[in-house]
Write a protein that binds this ligand. Sequence first.
Ligand code: HEC
Ligand code: HEC
Length: 371
Amino acid sequence: MFKSYIWSLPTRVFHWLFALLILLAFLTDDDDLLNYHAVIGYAVLILLAFRVVWGYLGPKYSKFKDFPLSMNNVKEFMFNIFNSEQKYIGHNSPASYVMITMFVVIFLVIITGALTFGIQEGKGIFSFLNDSFFRKMELFEDLHEFFANFLVILIVAHIIGVLTDKLVHGKHQTLNSIFTGYKQTLEENSIKLTIFHKLIAFIFLLAFIAFLVFNLMQPKNILIASKYEPIDYMVQNELFVNECGACHTLYPPHSLPRHSWVSMMNDLENHFGDDASLEEEENQNILNFLVQNSAETSTQEMSFKISKSIGNKDIIAITQTSFWKNEHKKIPKEVFEHNEVKSKANCKACHSDIEKGLIEDDKIKNINAFL
Ligand code: HEC
Ligand code: HEC
């Protein structure tokens, strides 16, 4: 047996950064961490771009053309699967299939993620698509989740593959090789990086670091910028602010559909146990304002999903919708009983910009503050 250098430093650094960032992407899959999630997605895209370039111009064994993908290779591998002497120096056949599929699926995860971010949240480089496609926001989110789940299956397959290999072909040291770069092979097969290889790796490393530094220094950059502007309701309708913000959070008009506002404003005497009734003229003024700016006039996720959740039902509370319940189901009951919250309807305790008509992900209060 020979000790051959198979995986160059750039290949190994790529592997571990890729694994780390994908793990981080799964860990930040929460509304309040969505901006980080998006930036991580773009960072993975840079790594993926490196890997594709490396797959064409990189050293032997990292090149896609050295992946043993042919049917003969697959058959050969299967017939000799229990033979501890493996002739594959780089990836074996099943591993090659898993790698290629993984690269394609990760690309699809990132693209559908960026589209969902633009269409559903109105954020990032695809936020311009929100106006035309917001009615399809759930489709894009579903696609993103589908590919992310597919990716989990591939990661599991990869790990099972590595462990099986360790068990059956352990003497080749494949698992160690992703740390050290060296495998035990039947012949001497070491690679050596050319100056051109090193240049490619260096440029991508620089781009990757520059990207991270840029995001740290400019956290509000175009990749996560929101298309929605804060609304000053005091300028738009002072009466609405004074009357409807007196007892509780000023719920934005686009947080409920037209028919909910109509039925609420028709019965202000019995308003959730309070009498909030108004002069006829004031009532009409506020109702007009609410109807002109109701959920139907907005492309925001909140508006679309609350409306959809209410449908034709006679619901006049946001907190009664299945959408609201679902979004907040992970929050323990004690949080809503906390002194600074007191009620589910006290949105502004956790969404500091709701009275400006926004529910920005990065403004959601960390609920651990209430535990
Ligand atoms: C006299 C006090 C008072 C005034 C004035 C008032 N409300 Fe309310 N409102 C309440 C109370 C109390 C609740 C129930 C809050 C809770 O569940 O914690 C409520 C609940 C609501 C809810 C449901 C919140 C949810 O999703 O659970 C909406 C929407 C609402 N009010 C809109 C309005 C509008 C619009 C106006 C102005 C026309 C208004 N309110 C004026 C007392 C008031
Ligand atoms: C105790 C704190 C708390 C209160 C009160 C609260 N929320 Fe939330 N809300 C959260 C948290 C935390 C999340 C994020 C959940 C997650 O990460 O999955 C959230 C998520 C949301 C989302 C989804 C955001 C997105 O981008 O997908 C909407 C919309 C929302 N809340 C609206 C409201 C409204 C309207 C009210 C008041 C009627 C309200 N919330 C009251 C804590 C709160």
